[in-house]
Design a protein around this ligand. Structure first.
Ligand code: C2E
Ligand code: MG
Ligand code: MG
Ligand code: MG
Length: 283
C-alpha cells in the first residue's frame, strides 16, 4: 500500500502511521469513487417470526467491495461517510437498491415481506430526506408498508421539533420505524413510544448474555414485556444458538435475527421462503 497510494493525495509512511490510520486514509480517499465504480453492494439477513419460524422481513446491510481490500464492513466506512457527508448519497443508493430488491422478490411471486433499511442520523436530518423516501417508493413501485427504517437511539438525544416532525411525516407515508441496538443508549421505552416507533430491536450484546449471567435474561425479558405493554413489537438481534432462541420464545419475543438462522447474504443466495411441509425456513 505504501508504494501504491503514497504518490497520490496522501503520503503514507507505514512505519510512522499506525496501520489503522493508514487504512482509514485509504478508505476515506477511495470512498469518493465507490458509488460511481459500483463497488457498493447489499447483503440481506432474514428476520424470523419466532412463533411460526417464517421470514417476516429482510434487513439490508451494506458492504463495500474494495478492489484491493476486498469486502469492507460498514463499521469501517459508514462513520467516514458520515463525517464527509457522503452518507447522504450512499444512503439514497441503499434505499433505492433495497426497495428495488424487495419489489423484485414480490414480482417473482414470493410472499410479501418488509425490507428494513438502516438510516443514519445525518440522513434523517437532511432536509430532502422525506422527499427522497417518497421518490424511491414511487420509482421502485414498492408499497410503503413493505419498508421499515431502522434508526439508532442516538438520534433521539437531540430532541428537536424537526426530528419529531420528520418521523411523523415518515409514518404518514405508511412506512414503519424501528429502533436499532436498543439498550445501548439512554432512551426510555416510553420516550420511544412518543416518537411512534413500531418496533424495538434488542441489542446483540444482551442476547449474547442470555446464557451467561442473570442480567442478560433480566434485561431482555424486561425490554420485551415493557415494549409489549407500550404496544411495540420486539426483535432480538444476534441470535446464535438454541439456548438464546428458546429463552426468547418463552419470553414471547416476536421476531429474531442472527447467525443461528442465517448470516447476511447476497440476494441471489437466499433460498429462504418456507416450503409447505418443510420445517426449515432458512439455510
Ligand atoms: P445493525 O443494523 O445493528 O446490524 C446488525 C449487525 O449484526 C450486522 O453487522 C450483522 O451482520 C450482524 N449480525 C447479525 N446477526 C449476528 C449474529 O448472530 N452474531 C453476530 N456476531 N453478528 C450478527 P454489519 O453488517 O457488519 O453491520 C454493522 C452496522 O453497520 C449495522 O448494525 C448498522 O448500524 C450499520 N449499517 C449497515 N448497513 C448500513 C446502511 O446501509 N446504512 C447505514 N447508515 N448503516 C448501515
Ligand atoms: Mg440494523
Ligand atoms: Mg442492530
Ligand atoms: Mg449494531
Amino acid at each position: 500500500y505504501t508504494k501504491k497510494y503514497g504518490k497520490n493525495n496522501y503520503t503514507i509512511y507505514s512505519e510512522e502511521l499506525d496501520q489503522k490510520t493508514a487504512y482509514k486514509l485509504i478508505l476515506e480517499r477511495d470512498l469518493k469513487l465507490a458509488i460511481t465504480n459500483q463497488e457498493l453492494t447489499l447483503h440481506y439477513q432474514p428476520i424470523i417470526d419466532l412463533k411460526t419460524e417464517e421470514v417476516r422481513a429482510m434487513e439490508a446491510l451494506i458492504r463495500w467491495n474494495h478492489p484491493e481490500l476486498g469486502l469492507v464492513p460498514p463499521d469501517s466506512f459508514i462513520p467516514i461517510s458520515e463525517e464527509s457527508g457522503q452518507i447522504v448519497a450512499i444512503g439514497k443508493w441503499v434505499l433505492y437498491e433495497a426497495c428495488a430488491q424487495n419489489k423484485a422478490w414480490q414480482n417473482s411471486g414470493f410472499p410479501s415481506i418488509k425490507i428494513c433499511v438502516n438510516i443514519s442520523t445525518i440522513q434523517l436530518q437532511h432536509p430532502n430526506f422525506i422527499q427522497t423516501v417518497q421518490q424511491v417508493l414511487e420509482d421502485t413501485g414498492l408499497e410503503a408498508r413493505w419498508l421499515e427504517l431502522e434508526v439508532t437511539e442516538s438520534i433521539l438525544m437531540e430532541e428537536t421539533k424537526t426530528l419529531k416532525d420528520s418521523l411523523i411525516k415518515l409514518k404518514a407515508l405508511g412506512i414503519s420505524l424501528s429502533i436499532d441496538d436498543f439498550g445501548t443508549g439512554y432512551t426510555s421505552l416510553s420516550y420511544l413510544r412518543q416518537f411512534s416507533f413500531d418496533r424495538v430491536k434488542i441489542d446483540r450484546s444482551f442476547v449474547s448474555d442470555i446464557a451467561g449471567d442473570l442480567s442478560g435474561k433480566a434485561i431482555t425479558s424486561t425490554i420485551i414485556s415493557l415494549a409489549h405493554k407500550l404496544d411495540m413489537q420486539v426483535i432480538a438481534e444476534g441470535i446464535e444458538d438454541e439456548v438464546q432462541l428458546s429463552f426468547l420464545k418463552d419470553e414471547n419475543c416476536d421476531e429474531g435475527q442472527g447467525y443461528y438462522f442465517s448470516r447476511p447474504l447476497p440476494a441471489e443466495l437466499h433460498n429462504w421462503f418456507k416450503v409447505p411441509g418443510d420445517n426449515k425456513t432458512v439455510k
